[in-house]
Design a protein around this ligand. Structure first.
Ligand code: MGD
Ligand code: MGD
Ligand code: SF4
Ligand code: MO
Length: 707
């Protein structure tokens, strides 16, 4: 490395663990990114470790097909143009839609990849510059069920209400539907000690690398049928009740509503739980005993959930059942124990509390709360009565695009809907029905490719910003390289559009630091209070956990120790009922398809499919299936299969795996075109969170005749 090398401490562009890294370039001017090296950096979440995606992340800064100029569709094809022209086309389209259909005719879709500054500005832009209620974001597809259940029980949702490093000393960790060995590899070191003691319990219909890790240490893999976490959790709660593991003192002093949970659990006697979930009852008993014992001896006991348990039309109730189990054992709101959800996206946490969700204003405030509206409107310098009310949830918004009374214009910042939204073909059709689709991205994602206007933006290491990790830790992403000539920051794009739409020139700040200071004011007094945090403090202290209500406040690594965020300070039990999946197998569709992730690809793959090392290690789209199930469909390992569902068909290479349940197939959702898993997924929505049922739909397998 040359003596003139410059090191910038920052964080990974991908997932919610927000691993710390150092980017090193070998000259002292902020130069284009040809020579950037990635190194792991010591930090509580990753302790210097990174996964394959993090190690290769600098490749994103030199991808050959980086978008450099705005594109506008002319006679059916996207043509390069200048910024003024592109922004004028957008502003004209917005004005036309508003004149004919009113403010709600323009919609906005955001994402958990956006920094806090961008997520906040996007929400403000929608409510103030567009005046539309119709803004939602991809977090609705992510942890919204866990958020809804956490708010019901704890009064607030911070994914993990404790630092991930607290897991390191635990003796028992019960993981519902999270495959952290692939989705957050450096997190595995935090659960390693528990695993080595036989205390890691993994609930997953597949024997994932995470389940293997549990088994290797003498722990447990519970392999239920897809969509049965709710009866499993209630069955565990009943075991805890009958076998005397309840923490009665905690239930009496720190919770309310136990009777509802007790009644709900009463229906899940062991034989019934075993019949519905497929999990042997002795294994369930052993799992409960391990967690209860660790808690009773104060040796650290945690229950965590991920998308496997949550992305169902019953996701909120399922998490309520999991939380009921945690509360009955006395875990939440104490040192060395707790419940949390593993937030997925880089800024999945910050993205959900700063106002890009249909029903929320910054600071995790409800948009229907008059006091919240007054507070935020004062910060924005507008009349509170002019702020719109709650808009449609993500899938409902997408489903309404182009309809007679639906939005005619959509602006997308930070999502690749064509690949990642459920029932892909429907989404593609709705996008095509719009008068104007505008996508801001730094690559021509599958969604950008069908847009009318594409605006090229900056990416992580080319600009400053903050993100909030899965444990509410607010941290700095720093500019480490000069951006290429051409792209602009999302903040500049939104400010330029706002001015064209008649907003005062100074209403939308474009400097990340200034936006963050405004976030402090807008979030002050809210559940997610950032007002005691600023860039200088983050530079000094590396990171601060919210809530942090003033500059002298130390931040809140561990929430709920003195009480929950409910009006009476007690956690609330909910007594959920099992409803089952929206679709059930029959003779035509005899298998359940579930979907998820592999280590080498991130989300819709629009970034990781452009990194050679990741693309080659991921290989192509596959269908993971038990060999007997494949054989019944006339398929063998390596054959190309058609996965036929009620809404469409996807294709992938058969990957036989003896450990799969014979009734289940697994599809990764990272691949585009005809290999999109979302061509078959269901749009059944959770009634509370409006989460689509990504994790369960019925399918059959057929041999694909290629040629
Ligand atoms: N490599 C990689 N890492 C990522 C991401 C990525 O795309 N790629 N994305 C990030 C994001 S945004 C997120 S949200 C997280 C998600 O992180 P995870 O929740 O760990 O990821 P998934 O693979 O979606 O689902 C986890 C597991 O759920 C299982 N599962 C399926 N159905 C069920 C069920 O009914 N019950 C139970 N108990 N389990 C079930 C699947 O077999 C899968 O192994 O990962 C983050 N990290
Ligand atoms: N079948 C199935 N589908 C799923 C899931 C599943 O488990 N199964 N999981 C769901 C979940 S949990 C999630 S989180 C979603 C994620 O799916 P998507 O919302 O599609 O997320 P990404 O693929 O990360 O897309 C982000 C896009 O924004 C761009 N981008 C990144 N940073 C910025 C920025 O700062 N500004 C702008 N303007 N653009 C940026 C990236 O290049 C990329 O094209 O997928 C959901 N879909
Ligand atoms: S675990 Fe997540 S944050 Fe850490 S290096 Fe991998 S993708 Fe990046
Ligand atoms: Mo996610």
């Amino acid at each position: 490395m040359s003596s003139r090398s410059v090191e910038t401490p920052t964080h990974c562009p991908y997932c919610g663990l927000q691993c710390a890294m150092t980017l090193t370039r070998d000259d002292d001017a902020i130069a284009p990114a040809q020579t950037v090296q990635v190194g792991g950096r010591s930090f509580p979440t990753n302790q210097g470790g990174l996964c394959q995606k993090g190690w290769t992340s600098a490749e994103l800064l030199r991808i050959p097909d980086r978008l450099l100029t705005p594109l506008v569709r002319v006679a059916g094809t996207l043509q390069p143009t200048d910024w003024e022209t592109a922004l004028d086309v957008v502003a004209d389209g917005v004005r036309r839609a508003r004149e004919s259909g009113g403010a709600d005719a323009v919609a906005v879709f955001g994402g958990g990849a956006l920094t806090n500054e961008k997520a906040y500005t996007l929400g403000k832009f929608a409510r103030v510059a567009l005046g539309t209620a119709n803004i939602d974001y991809n977090g609705r597809f992510c942890m919204s069920s866990a958020a809804a259940a956490s708010i019901k029980s704890f009064g607030v949702d911070r994914g993990l209400p404790f630092p991930v490093s607290d897991l390191t000393t635990a003796h028992a960790i019960l993981l519902f539907g999270a495959n952290i060995a692939e989705t957050m590899p450096p997190l595995v070191r935090h659960v390693a000690a528990a695993a080595d003691r036989g205390g890691l319990i993994v609930v997953d219909p597949r024997r994932t690398p995470t389940a293997e890790r549990a088994l290797a240490g003498g722990g447990i893999h519970l392999q239920p049928s897809v969509g049965t976490d709710l009866p499993l959790a209630l069955g565990m709660l009943r075991v805890a009740l009958v076998e005397g593991y309840l923490d009665r003192a905690y239930i009496d002093t720190r919770t309310t509503g136990f009777d509802a949970a007790r009644v709900a659990a009463g229906e899940w006697w062991p034989e019934r739980t075993e019949r519905v979930t497929g999990v042997p009852i002795d294994r369930i008993r052993r799992a409960v005993a391990i967690v209860a014992d660790a808690r009773q001896r104060d040796r650290g006991a945690y229950i965590l959930s991920g998308r496997g348990a949550e992305q169902h039309a019953t996701g909120t109730d399922t998490v309520s059942a999991i939380i009921a189990l945690a509360l009955a054992l006395g875990l939440p709101g104490r040192e060395r124990s707790g419940y949390g959800t593993i937030t997925g996206q880089g800024n999945g946490q910050g993205g959900r509390e700063l106002g890009q969700k249909a029903d929320q204003l910054p600071g995790y405030r409800a948009i229907v709360d008059p006091a919240a509206r007054r507070h935020v409107a004062a910060v924005w310098g507008v009349d509170p009565d002019l702020l719109p009310g709650p808009g449609k949830s993500a899938y409902e918004l997408l489903d309404a695009l182009g309809a007679a009374d639906g939005p005619r214009v959509l602006l997308v910042h930070g999502s690749n809907l064509v690949v990642s939204a459920p029932r892909s073909q429907r989404i593609v059709d709705r996008l095509a029905a719009l008068d104007l689709l505008v996508v801001s991205d730094f690559v021509l994602s599958e969604t950008a490719a069908v847009a009318d206007v594409v605006l090229p933006v900056l990416q992580w290491a080319e600009e400053d910003g903050t993100t909030t990790s899965l444990e509410g830790r607010v941290l700095r992403r720093r500019r480490a390289v000069a951006p290429p000539v051409g792209p602009r920051s999302d903040l500049e794009v939104l400010a330029a559009l706002a001015i064209r739409l008649g907003q005062p020139a100074n209403r939308f700040a474009t400097e990340p630091r200034a936006v963050f200071d405004e976030i402090g004011r807008a979030s002050a007094g809210g559940a997610a209070d950032y007002s005691g945090i600023d860039y200088d403090r983050l530079d000094r202290e590396q990171a601060v956990h919210w809530p942090c209500p003033d500059a002298g406040h130390p931040g809140t690594p561990r929430m709920f120790l003195d009480g929950f965020s409910t009006p009476d300070g007690r956690a609330r039990f909910v007594g959920p009922r099992h409803r089952g999946a929206a679709e059930t197998v029959d003779a035509t569709f005899p298998l359940v398809a579930t979907t998820g992730r592999i280590q080498a690809h991130y989300q819709s793959g629009s970034q990781t499919r452009r990194v050679d090392e990741l693309r080659s290690s991921a290989g192509e789209m596959f269908v993971q299936v038990h060999p007997d199930t494949a054989q019944r469909a006339g398929l063998a390992n390596g054959d190309l299969a058609r996965v036929v569902g009620r809404r469409g068909v996807t294709v992938g290479v058969v990957r036989c795996d003896e450990s799969m349940r014979p009734d289940t197939v697994f599809l990764p959702f990272h691949f585009p075109g005809a290999a999109r898993a979302n061509l078959v997924t269901s749009t059944a929505l959770d009634p509370t969170s409006r989460m689509p049922e990504f994790k369960s739909c019925v399918v059959r397998l057929e041999a694909a005749t290629t040629c």
